[in-house]
Design a protein around this ligand. Structure first.
Ligand SMILES: [Zn+2]
Length: 195
């Protein structure tokens, strides 16, 4: 999970002002004309083109990524247009927003899930040599489960990076993130532990 600082872009602020009944979940369809620009903006200026949850590089194509309401519109309709609640997730059916939204989460459950805008994101997770994300606290554990961040497809990808890292460890972080298709926190972790 990537920690983000969110700054609402002016085109979204402007658009929000003309939304009718913004606190109703289905009002979201009223921004369909700027949704693609919004997805592109969040992905490129805040998430370095990575899925906020699994950290895989993704494109802003609607078949590859979606604007995820971290706090679902169903439970928190009042946050439908709250910019800090809008994150870009990959479209995988095995992990990330798809899994979170398929769970019967309650407001109580949300108290025990780390939000990417929280300050304690980075210290909550580390990595094991077989590619698993390790939870450093209870909240991190339920976050991993909510987004299925240790799905086999992800641990296999991380394991490949870990096994091949030695030969590439002296490259800049940015180059490694491009070369390894994302996974910025794993790369930071490996750089800190192997240099
Ligand atoms: Zn993802």
């Amino acid at each position: 999970m990537i920690q983000v600082n969110k700054i609402e872009p002016s085109f979204f602020t402007k658009k929000k002002k003309v939304i009718k009944n913004p606190k109703q979940p289905d009002s979201w369809s009223q921004i369909s004309d700027i949704r693609s620009d919004l997805r592109e903006h969040i992905l490129s200026s805040e998430q370095d083109l990575m899925c906020i949850y699994c950290e895989k590089k993704i494109s802003s194509d609607k078949n590859k990524s979606n604007i995820d309401h971290f706090k679902t519109r169903k439970l928190y309709p009042e946050l439908s247009f709250e910019y800090s609640n809008l994150l870009v997730s990959c479209n995988s059916s095995n992990h990330c927003s798809y899994i979170k939204d398929s769970l019967p989460l309650t407001k109580e459950d949300y108290k025990n899930i780390i939000n990417p805008i929280d300050k304690d994101v980075n210290e909550s997770f580390s990595f094991a040599e077989f590619g698993d994300i390790i939870a450093n606290n209870d909240k991190a554990e339920s976050t991993i489960n909510t987004f299925s961040l240790n799905h086999k497809s992800l641990t296999e990808e991380r394991k490949t990076i870990i096994r091949n890292f030695e030969a590439f460890k002296d490259f800049e972080e940015e180059i490694l993130v491009d070369a390894f298709n994302g996974h910025v926190n794993l790369i930071k972790y490996l750089k800190n532990n192997k240099n």
